[in-house]
Design a protein around this ligand. Sequence first.
Ligand code: ZN
Length: 274
Amino acid sequence: MKERLKILITVKTYPIPSGKYGELVCTAGLTEQGQFVRLYPINFRDQPYSKQYRKYQWVEIEAERHHGRDSRRESFRPDCDTLVILGEPIPTLRGDWSERARLVLQNVASSVEQLREQQDKNGTSLGIVRPRMVHDLVAEPTDREWKKSFLAELRQSRIWDDRPVSKQPPRKVPYNFKYVFDCDDPRCKGHRMMNEDWELGSLYWKMIDKGCAEEEAIAKVREKFLTQMCGPDRDPHFFLGTVLSHPKNWVVIGVFWPPAAKQRETDRRQLNLF
Ligand SMILES: [Zn+2]
């Protein structure tokens, strides 16, 4: 049964090509009550411009629970034709993140360990966590091309759908960017989690398109996603989600990085000394 959901979009992951949907993006957000919702699948690039919402924008959309493939607790199958965008993204004028924070930080998990516990208990597959310390963002080389089966499927489906075959699939980022961090939990042994944020991949390609070498593009991504977003003057939180095909595998799907309160900033600077 379809229901009409009002969601504040907070997460968009980097697209992957898909035979059935052209491109798959994981979009997630929160209801007004702070409940996490995942909209999946959405074929983002094939949506007309008027339906391309941005992060921190409220939207309304009709969606229903999945019956098949994606049985994750927070997942809904959206009917993209019913999407209505409600106004502009919530601003951060003069560094004021308070309205975003009020909405986003309603249900912060105390640690990754706690999220995993909730997953075992009730199937939780989305959440937000405040890392105790972010140590690094490492770039590990990975495949330079999508799996051949992805691309073959994509080509095939475009012939069937009468969509232009010439449209390029999303570009494959040849590095996995992984956060190295730990949480404030005695059970924590540290984490190394891939960051799948759409903006990270697009920043990488923006630098390459400007003529940068790969090392320079990597340096730019680290400057933005580590030095700036996780700097001592920030209070970074990670949106986390599980991977559909590997439910025990949690990844970072977005970063929320409001300015740090003064005390927190001092604590973080001290932590940085060690
Ligand atoms: Zn941990």
